[in-house]
Design a binder for this molecule. Structure first.
Ligand code: ATP
Ligand code: MG
Length: 765
């Protein structure tokens, strides 16, 4: 038998070797779904399928990277690097780079992150003379995002009676118009937001037949992990791509569907069987991850949900210890308990830091945990939180780089046009934006033709100097590598020097962060150069370059001063920098660079999807928090919260502590909490409740929650529920900012090598 099939159970083997036709693997947590997917890729390649013909979509970039490494390991060669594998967003962004011109975008389009997108929306709202306190940019953004993920474009949005009624009821009738202006503004800026990466790709497939057939032909085999969380846009894309060969393999668990607020529905799983004839269905029922006690608890908890696909899950693993339910007086005590327990377990059972994960419902809960861990000197790493690339000094620096790659990027331009101060004030900027809007040209173009707009002599000179400077950076990029250009930009603009001269602790940290950014660019450039080496040896084929040539030159984009580039030069600068910027924008929370570092991991349950740890703390099992106050108004919402509880339980291999506190700081006040209703569902048989004291609730609290307007709780779009755990800025507003110290370095992902222990320096912003 082939080596990689050894050790798989019969069902797993069946799933791996069934390579032709639609295949659906539905199975519970820890049953080897991801393992099967990885092995199946290796098997396909071992059967002679070209890696270029395989598309695999994963939940995080990290998962993709691990899969690639495992496939390489199995096959003993480097072919796996040619797989199209990654998150929906990163794979589609990569394809769009070469196809964007076909739908009117420049190939060097910018990707707007959530902050950029909200900022554009705010601009639009202000330009429409609407009140941005009523039309809160984040609310509007969520609404637009929901529409996009449901494949509703601005036109359809405006013309849909039901949607309009919904907006009227919510007293926000202008959203249709904001959506329209926002979409046009992004297009003019040569920019796509995260959701655009899906819907523009969809648009490409729908409207450009040769692109559709190109990618249909290319992707002979398509595989999707965590299928239960795909949204309608992703679903439709897969359907289109898979239509030619129908070799689509989806892997999912309806009990772990935890993103319905983003438009993901478990209907996908059910629908799959209707979309294709002869779907081969494989159910995996043996769990290899957890002890019997843990699995029994998970099974009993999820049985309380009504809507489920029937399946059983068993394990041959030992019973293990009973789970422990622990009550503490305050959230700080909860943190202390966790830190003490980790210390004790390390001494007693020889666990290492990396064997522990602390998982919670909202990012704000990390504060108390962090304080205790720090006090005990236990190194930890936080996923999520404010990422390195969201810091002000980093965003400023990156804005220069973005602008020289895509001068139409208005967000980047506005950010740095007067940073550092160079005499181009707000009035001038407003005028430029106005002129640009009036003439439907980019703000950059207004600047390059500033003498036509009647600016005062001093302003004109300042603009002129700025334009000349940016052009010189751009032309430098044609001849030098991205790192040298970035260093030059830092020097020439004085931004680095300014931070260097600020001798406060924060200033020092900011300065160090800019150095860290430069390191990461350096590393990226070196990596690219190495890959290039391999290209030269003939391993990579033409099509595989990250950035294909645009179909036709983008006249309006080019810097007039820039000389024509050779292929080689492009690779040196612009392409490498463009690829770098794309990569850092598309990092997900869980894309930490070093999962093996010996530190305790802290993250939301959402971020922990698909992961496993020896020992898990499920923290904050309190009413209002878990289930979230915003998710207890319908059975569907509550069932989704219960699925989250199922997810957290099933992350644990050996030991699980479930903790809750009587009181907790919230909005700067002490709030009393009842124990979560989910605790009532924990079977005594497998759970030691003695640590919980006598106060365990014995009745359901009903819905005592009165906060948040109906509008805020509305599902399907307006809901701010996702802000709780995916939107840091909003979570902070809700629950208070995380402590200053240490949202620090380790919480971001990617290139540079950095210390594995946490440095307890104050965060930069
Ligand atoms: P989740 O639902 O959490 O995503 P999953 O179904 O994807 O889980 P995997 O992560 O693939 O499950 O596997 C869970 C664990 O069980 C992993 O550590 C994996 O290596 C192990 N495992 C899976 N199948 C086998 C097997 N046949 N023999 C031994 N270990 C296995
Ligand atoms: Mg998995």
């Amino acid at each position: 038998m082939i080596d990689y099939l050894k050790g798989l159970n019969e069902r797993q083997k069946e799933a791996v070797i069934t390579i032709d036709g639609p295949l659906m693997i539905v199975a519970g947590a820890g049953s080897g779904k991801t393992k099967v997917l990885t092995t199946r890729i290796a098997h396909l390649m071992a059967q002679g399928v070209d890696a270029f013909n395989i598309l695999a979509l994963t939940f995080t970039n990290k998962a993709a990277k691990e899969m690639k490494e495992r496939v390489e390991h199995i096959l003993g060669n480097h072919e796996a690097r040619n797989l199209y594998i990654g998150t929906f967003h990163s794979v589609f962004a990569r394809i769009l780079r070469s196809e964007a011109t076909k739908i009117g975008y420049p190939s060097n389009f910018t990707i707007y992150d959530t902050d950029d997108a909200k900022s554009v929306i705010k601009t639009v709202i202000n330009e429409m003379n609407l009140d941005d306190k009523h039309y809160k940019p984040s609310t509007v953004y969520n609404r637009i995002s929901s529409a996009k993920n449901a494949l509703v474009n601005a036109e359809e949005y405006k013309n849909d009676w039901h949607i309009q009624q919904e907006d009227m009821r919510a007293n926000r009738p202008a959203i249709a118009q904001i959506y329209d202006s926002y979409a046009k503004r992004c297009f003019k800026n040569g920019a796509m937001d995260f959701d655009d990466l899906l819907i523009k790709f969809y648009e490409l497939l729908k409207t450009v037949p040769e692109s559709l057939s190109k990618y249909q032909r290319r992707f002979k085999y398509i595989m999707i992990d965590e299928y239960q969380d795909t949204n309608p846009a992703q679903y439709e894309i897969i359907k289109l791509l898979g239509a030619m060969h129908e070799n689509v393999c989806v892997v999912g668990d309806d009990a772990q569907s935890i993103y319905s607020f983003r438009g993901a529905t478990i209907e996908n799983i059910l629908q799959f069987q209707k979309d294709y004839d002869n779907v081969h269905v494989v159910k995996l029922e043996q769990n290899y991850r957890s002890t019997k006690n843990i699995l029994n608890v998970a099974n009993e908890v999820i049985a309380n949900n009504k809507g489920q696909i029937e399946k059983t899950l068993f394990t041959d693993n030992g019973d293990g210890e009973k789970l422990k339910l622990v009550r503490t007086l305050t959230d700080n005590d909860e943190g202390k308990f966790v830190a003490d327990t980790i210390q004790e377990q390390k001494l007693r059972n020889h666990y290492r830091n990396k064997d522990f994960a602390i998982l919670y419902r909202t990012n704000a809960q990390s504060r108390a945990m962090e304080e205790s861990l720090r006090r005990m000197g236990i190194p930890y790493i936080i996923y999520g939180g404010i990422s390195f690339y969201q810091r002000k000094e980093i965003k400023d620096f990156i804005a220069y780089l973005r602008l020289i790659v895509n001068p139409r990027d208005e967000e980047a331009l506005k950010r740095i046009i007067n940073y550092p101060v160079r005499g181009i004030g707000k009035t001038t900027v407003d005028k430029c934006v106005l002129f640009a809007n009036e003439q439907n040209i980019s703000m950059w173009e207004v600047l390059t033709r500033a003498q036509e707009y009647g600016f005062k002599a001093g302003t004109l000179e300042a603009i002129d100097n700025f334009v000349t400077m940016i052009r010189s950076f751009a032309s430098m990029l044609q001849k030098n590598n991205a790192y040298d250009v970035a260093v030059h930009v830092g020097k020439q603009t004085n931004i680095v020097k300014e931070l260097f001269n600020d001798k406060s602790t924060e200033g020092l940290q900011r300065y160090e962060n800019t150095q860290e950014l430069l390191n990461s660019i350096k590393e990226w450039v070196d990596d690219t150069a190495n890959r290039q080496q391999i290209d030269d040896d003939g391993v990579m084929i033409e099509e595989e370059k990250l950035f294909d040539e645009p179909e036709k030159p983008q006249q309006e984009l080019s810097f007039d001063a820039a000389p024509a580039q050779t292929e080689e030069q492009k690779k040196l600068g612009a392409v490498t920098l463009g690829a770098y910027l794309q990569q850092i924008t598309l990092l997900t929370d869980a894309d930490d660079k070093d999962p093996d570092a010996d530190n305790v991991k802290l993250m939301t349950i959402h971020a922990a999807k698909g992961l496993e740890f020896e020992c898990v703390f499920a923290a904050g099992l309190e009413e209002q928090l878990f289930p979230s106050a915003l998710s207890i108004n319908t059975r569907e919402e509550l069932e989704e919260e219960r699925r989250l509880f199922y997810v957290v339980i099933t992350r644990a291999k050996k030991k699980l502590w479930i903790t809750y506190a009587n009181t907790r700081y919230k909005f700067g006040q002490i709030v009393q909490n009842e124990p979560s209703r989910f605790l009532d569902e924990l079977p005594e048989q497998y759970v030691d409740k003695s640590y919980a004291g006598g106060g365990l609730r014995n009745q359901s609290s009903g819905s005592s929650f009165g906060g948040g307007s109906a509008f805020d709780r509305m599902k399907g779009g307006f809901g701010n529920r996702n802000n709780d755990y995916t939107d840091v800025a909003n979570a902070e507003k809700r629950y208070g900012a995380p402590p200053k110290a240490n949202t620090s370095k380790p919480s971001y992902a990617t290139p540079p090598a950095r210390p594995q222990t946490v440095e307890h320096k104050p965060a930069a912003d």
